[in-house]
Design a protein around this ligand. Structure first.
Ligand code: BES
Ligand code: MN
Ligand code: ZN
Length: 504
């Protein structure tokens, strides 16, 4: 992770020294004043006049050692209306064209007068496409892109959006790194060390082990971890950007460092992908890395229950009943529905200890979510309409979208059992919803949202790897929360600590 991101540089693309130059060309530039033309623009106009740059977004034309241009390699690419989506496509297309020519080295990403959202989209896109996982590959070449200068007409106008995008990239790359690491290089203990490394950036970090968690009475988390030789870790992070009396937002990330299914063992095919089952935890780490850079004026706590889900002589068995931190007993009918078990204890603990203004859990929770929404939108559930709206908007704004799904009480019928207060699985019907209904039992009256990222946290197949989602969504959401806290200095709901009761 040596991506020496980015600096903003004022408009002088032709004279900027770089190995490569990507010049984004919005449709509006076709109609610009022909008198205002440097060598680069003249060349672009010529290509357009000759019909070599068709009007569709993503079309590109490349050049080498163009007279009057200092960058050696050059790709001119259309970005349509200059909106975030088109800009992302244009950058990805231009990157593919550049990569075919060799390592990128230093790059000038020339955006001209594109608006702040486009600048943010371009920064995220170039990071996204140039990322390379190297940690456990001794023969891996290092990331070919070392430096990026982003060329803009008015740096002051885009500075805030740019800074946020850079922070998001750092957070997202931390999340990708940890999610990509194989399970033997990303144990619960390793995750705790990754969290402790954030201390030097001003994040407070506490790490609990099996003894502390047993003492707290987190029987559900203990049950999942008990089949593994790796000791569990329960990680608590705190970012303090506002006064002590301001209730924090709590983020709870599923940290199953490997999910075999336990005694309800998963099939062998693609089981390796279950190393990504701590992507929610990785995204929480990424968000804290971004917060440390951005320092928004709000308080955030992060909770990461981390353990392996393994079969074995000590493993929890289907039908076992455990007592959760909240006091509710749970019949574990399927040991592969483990995410909700570790989350329910973390959510109930977050509520009791921090009385947060809102709690959001992030989890690769159900295969059913992948069936419902595929790999485009994360599943969103929320008990609070304003919270849901804020998360939907944040996701759309940064190209990390989610979609709200229902929480009707009728769905909870499936979780009834004669042997405990609740069962950890319902039937196959609406599996994504029944998982959320299970979690809802543990959040009381705290405003709560649940993001099921099973379809969005990583991509499978040939391009297998973590995406770092939903770090962009969460960072944008928290920035927005800070802005609205600043706008209304004493919103009663956000500021007053409610008396929380241990047993709901
Ligand atoms: N980690 C999985 C969910 C998952 C599956 C994510 C596939 C991404 C791809 C989770 O722990 C799990 O196993 N869920 C079960 C729940 C079922 C037993 C009710 C599932 O979705 O099959
Ligand atoms: Mn599972
Ligand atoms: Zn899982």
């Amino acid at each position: 992770m040596d991506f020496e991101l980015c600096t903003l540089t004022p408009h002088a693309a032709a004279s900027h020294d770089a190995d490569a130059l990507i010049l984004l060309w919005p449709d509006a530039a076709d109609r610009a004043d022909p008198a205002l033309a440097d060598p680069l623009t003249l060349w672009a106009r010529q290509a357009i006049a000759d019909g070599d740059l068709a009007a569709d977004a993503g079309q590109w034309v490349a050049a080498y050692r163009l007279p009057g241009v200092r960058a050696r390699r050059l790709v001119l690419v259309r970005c349509g209306d200059g909106g975030a989506r088109r800009v992302r496509q244009a950058v990805a297309g231009a990157w593919a064209a550049l990569k075919a020519g060799g390592p990128a080295g230093t790059l000038l990403l020339q955006l001209g007068a594109l608006p702040p959202v486009a600048v943010a989209a371009a920064v995220q896109a170039i990071a996204q496409v140039s990322y390379r996982y190297t940690t456990t590959v001794t023969e891996a070449k290092p990331r070919s892109l070392r430096r990026v200068a982003v060329g803009v007409a008015d740096a002051a106008a885009v500075q805030t959006a740019f800074d946020e995008a850079v922070a998001i990239v750092h957070g997202q790359e931390l999340a990708r790194e940890w999610a990509n690491r194989p399970a033997n290089h990303a144990t619960p203990t390793d995750l705790a060390e990754a969290a402790l490394a954030l201390k030097k950036h001003g994040i407070a970090v506490e790490v609990m082990g099996p003894k502390e968690v047993a003492k707290l009475g987190m029987g559900a988390l203990l049950a999942v971890s008990q089949g593994s030789a790796q000791p569990l870790r329960f990680i608590v992070l705190q970012y303090r950007g506002a006064g002590k009396r301001v209730a924090p937002v709590a983020l709870v990330g599923k940290g199953i460092t490997f999910d075999t299914g336990g005694i309800s063992l998963k099939p062998a095919a693609e089981m390796d992908e279950m190393k990504f089952d701590m992507s929610g935890a990785a995204s929480v780490l990424g968000v804290f890395a971004a917060l440390a850079r951005l320092r928004p004026a709000l308080n955030v706590v992060g909770l990461i229950p981390a353990c392996e889900n393994m079969p074995g002589g000590r493993a929890v068995k289907p039908g076992d009943v455990v007592r959760s931190f909240s006091g509710q007993t749970i019949e574990i009918l399927n040991t592969d529905a483990e995410g909700r078990l570790i989350l329910c204890d973390a959510l109930a603990y977050a509520r009791q200890r921090f009385q947060p203004s809102a709690m959001i859990d992030i989890a690769t929770l159900t295969g059913a979510c992948v069936i419902a929404l595929g790999h485009v939108r994360s599943g969103l559930f929320a008990t609070d309409d304003a919270l849901a709206q804020a998360l939907l908007q944040a996701g759309d704004a940064v190209g990390d979208p989610c979609w709200r799904l229902p929480l009707d009480d009728e769905y909870a019928e499936a979780l009834k059992t004669s042997f405990a207060d609740v069962a950890n699985v319902g039937g196959r019907a609406a599996g994504v919803v029944t998982a959320a209904k299970f979690l809802q039992r543990f959040v009381g009256d705290t405003a709560w949202a649940h993001l099921d990222i099973a379809g969005t946290a990583w991509t499978g197949g040939k391009e297998k790897g973590a995406t770092g989602r939903p770090v962009p969504l969460l960072v944008r959401f928290l920035q927005q929360q800070a802005a609205s806290l600043a706008a209304k200095p004493t919103p009663p709901a956000a500021r007053t600590r409610r008396a929380a009761t241990r047993r709901p």
